[in-house]
Design a protein around this ligand. Structure first.
Ligand code: NAP
Length: 260
């Protein structure tokens, strides 16, 4: 399917690995030029080379922490007029409600709520002027259904979700489309390290923990970054113009709900 976005330009945050990379690959496959971002320059450069070699699109890189203002400034200097913005960064650490002090809360809110909001605020005027834009925020299935020990993530991402619900409707008439994509369990480094931690805590092997998690999912597996990226690319396509302020859950059916 031709997504109708060949020649467009995208900023993809947190995209040297995992879900961000999955999105970058599928946008590149659709002919979109990219500015990729991650903190570790070496992995970022390797990913950029692989993507530009495979898909023949121009790929720029910005090695910076997107959760700080200086990092976001560098990103916008490298790609000042993006047609597409994918917001993403690492998630807050797991823990217990009684351990999180004000600083832990401010860190989570900064990274997973204010960072995407500030990026959205920066790119919206240009998208509105040009009459076209696509923004996809990578949030989490925990916005719909909490993981108890991920309280920092559950809360900060819910704040972003509330903001997007309003602003998406304010800009829709200008051809700008904003939605959230909610990953459940996907095969990435982050999940591999979470499985490792659970295995150590429960005195089990990673394989046992992994099989337990697979068995608990209706599909019997985790999602792949490629599947995730393909959905995000569709949400950035010319065909997504009537999809406004939605929260699309990709979790293999793990969240039990008859509707919504
Ligand atoms: P991942 O495999 O660890 O990849 C994260 C990517 O983002 C890497 O390229 C990383 O590179 C970059 N990154 C992290 N923090 C950054 C920062 N502050 N500034 C710029 N780049 C940054 O993680 P993932 O599994 O793809 O997860 C992506 C997001 O989805 C996370 O917020 C995660 O909580 C959420 N999520 C994932 C799953 C899942 O199953 N994978 C499920 C629910 C939610 P550097 O480390 O070099 O910066």
């Amino acid at each position: 399917m031709d997504l109708g976005i060949k020649g467009r330009r995208a900023i993809v945050c947190g995209s040297s690995k995992g879900l961000g990379r999955g999105v970058a690959e599928k946008l590149a496959e659709a002919g979109v030029g990219l500015t990729l971002n991650a903190r570790t320059a070496e992995t970022l450069e390797r990913t950029a080379k692989e993507i530009s070699a495979r898909y023949g699109v121009e790929v720029r890189t910005v090695a910076a922490d997107v959760t700080v203002e200086a990092g976001r400034r560098l990103l916008l200097e490298a790609e000042p007029a993006p047609d597409i913005l994918i917001t993403n960064a690492g998630g807050p650490p797991p823990g217990m409600w009684s351990d999180w002090d004000r600083d832990a809360w401010l860190g989570a809110i900064d990274a997973n709520m204010l960072t995407p909001i500030m990026l959205i605020k920066s790119v919206l005027p240009g998208m509105i002027d040009r009459g076209w834009g696509r923004i996809v925020n990578i949030t989490s299935a925990t916005v719909k259904s909490p993981v108890e020990e991920l309280g920092l993530s559950n809360a900060a991402r819910s704040g972003l979700t509330g903001f997007v619900a309003g602003v998406a409707r304010q800009v829709a008439r200008h051809g700008v489309v904003i939605n959230n994509l909610l990953p459940g369990m996907h095969e990435t480094d982050r999940i591999a390290s979470l499985l490792q931690k659970t295995a150590s805590a429960r005195g089990m092997s990673v394989e046992e923990i992994r099989n337990e998690a697979y068995a608990a999912n209706p599909t019997g597996r985790f999602g792949s970054p490629q599947e995730f990226g393909a959905m995000a690319a569709f949400m950035c396509s010319r065909y997504a113009g009537y999809m406004i302020g939605q929260n699309i859950l990709l979790d293999g059916g793990a969240f039990r709900s008859t509707m919504g």
